[in-house]
Design a protein. Structure first.
Length: 143
């Protein structure tokens, strides 16, 4: 029962982790826009979300198979949501749109647009989690 209530929050929690990782990669690209030979990186969001979702499902299965240090066997173990990030498995290289003389592949216009888009999506995910938590709280309080 508890896993059905927290399943959406767990998914969106994983999305927040992946979006923050993407924001870090985009910020690194912007910071290195003038570095000769720097190759722009970006997070493959779909692959990272699939990896994070599978990792949290594995953790939930292992937590349910071994009673996760509860003081009483009747207690419900809480699932742990972790993003097992191997940065190189989800980070890919951005496609170069215009050649440069110093072999830098960062396109500042594209990176700025990606940065803003990712920030807006991060904020939307936060608002969804907040709304979901408020809905659960009002249901618990009977309002």
């Amino acid at each position: 029962m508890l896993d059905k209530m927290t399943q959406q929050i767990g998914f969106h929690g994983n999305a927040l982790l992946v979006r923050s990782e993407r924001q870090r990669a985009i910020a690194s690209n912007i910071a290195n826009a003038d570095t000769p030979g720097y190759v722009a990186r970006d997070v493959n969001f779909a692959a990272a979300m699939q990896e994070a979702t599978q990792a949290s499902e594995r953790d939930a299965r292992s937590a349910s198979s071994k009673a996760a240090s509860t003081s009483d066997p009747r207690h419900i173990p809480l699932p742990t949501v972790r993003f097992h990030s191997d940065r190189d498995s989800t980070l890919g290289y951005a496609v170069q749109t215009q050649p440069s003389l110093d072999n830098n592949t960062v396109d500042l216009d594209r990176e700025r647009a990606n940065f803003v888009d990712n920030a807006v999506r991060y904020e939307a995910t936060l608002r969804f989690i907040n709304g979901n938590a408020k809905t659960m709280l009002s249901a618990i309080q009977g309002q």
